[in-house]
Design a protein. Structure first.
Length: 157
């Protein structure tokens, strides 16, 4: 079960979920809102459901089944090929938690990923100035106690 609130038309969307299945469902809804090219910061404490949200986005884009989407904490980057309204879409899911410097970040080739057909979701991207500057929005997931989550999506206009 999810509840959605449109805070500012086209800019800020808020969702409340009660469980992991609800977070996946919000991901499916977000996939319809996100128009490539996009680079989104995916922020939230450990265990709040960042990868769970990506599962729903990947499913909605026909890029992967939910159980095929895993955290890229150790591989740093997962790439999925999907489609949206008959057009190809590349979904990149990055996790830069373990990186400590801009120099390490440069080795990932982020600029090469930012193609016109790409949705790039970067967990922990807010810790790097270069990613914050390129970001077209942010998805913040906050625990509201137990399995309750508040998901706030802010898209730059």
């Amino acid at each position: 079960m999810t509840e959605a609130t449109l805070v500012a038309p086209g800019r800020i969307h808020e969702f409340t979920t009660k469980d992991g299945a609800g977070t996946v469902e919000v991901g499916r809804k977000l996939a319809r809102l996100l128009q490539p090219p996009q680079l989104l910061l995916l922020e939230g404490d450990l265990g709040t459901g960042k990868t769970t949200l990506v599962k729903g986005i990947a499913e909605a884009l026909h890029a992967a089944q939910a159980d095929e989407v895993t955290s890229p904490t150790f591989t740093l980057l997962h790439e999925y090929g999907g489609s949206r309204e008959g057009q190809p879409v590349k979904l990149y899911h990055m996790d830069v938690y373990r990186l400590e410097s801009e120099r390490q970040l440069e080795t990932l080739g982020l600029d090469e990923l930012l193609t016109p057909d790409a949705l790039v979701l970067v967990e922990w991207g807010g810790k790097f100035k270069s990613i914050r500057k390129k970001a077209t929005g942010e998805i913040l997931i906050a625990s509201e106690g137990g399995d309750l989550r508040k998901i706030t999506v802010t898209l730059k206009g």
